[in-house]
Design a protein. Structure first.
Length: 159
């Protein structure tokens, strides 16, 4: 026989147990929709980083193409590409990354995979560019890792 409460209702009856009846709705806690409609915080973060990083990569590429004295001359290097070649690589990757970042900020879900791909390509390009500008390359590589993590951990929406 189940114990009865002071009002005659069995314990755990229609009102539930103490502390559970009013604290958690049936089916568990409700999840709020992501802010900004279609994009979540991680995607917003990745979009801003890609947009800013892309613009900075374009500027980095312009400085390298202009054959300015911004970057140090490297002697013999296994991946020795001229500064003009590196400049064009950074310029193209930066323009694509900025466009993808803008698409992520607009909520385009299909921009997620290209964003991961472009961040990975940028990571490799910055690694190969290390001898020219080590501190900047490491900083951009860290940003690329944050972008990849933010976009890869974005949950798929239920259809």
């Amino acid at each position: 026989m189940s114990p009865a409460s002071s009002d005659g209702e069995p314990a755990g009856g229609p009102h539930g147990e103490i502390g559970t009846a009013w604290s958690v709705p049936r089916g568990g806690p409700r999840r709020l929709p992501p802010p900004g409609g279609r994009t979540g915080d991680g995607v917003l973060f990745a979009g801003v980083l890609m947009l800013c990083g892309g613009v900075l990569a374009v500027l980095q590429g312009i400085a390298a193409v202009a054959a300015d004295d911004v970057y140090a001359r490297v002697g013999s290097y296994v991946y020795g590409l001229s500064l003009t070649g590196w400049g064009w690589i950074h310029l193209v990757l930066g323009a694509l990354a900025a466009a993808t970042g803008a698409a992520l900020l607009k909520g385009v879900a299909r921009a997620r995979r290209p964003g991961v791909l472009l961040a990975a390509l940028s990571l490799v390009a910055q690694f190969l560019f290390l001898p020219y500008e080590p501190l900047w390359s490491i900083t951009v590589m860290a940003i690329d890792v944050f972008v990849i993590r933010s976009l890869a951990s974005w949950p798929r929406r239920a259809a």
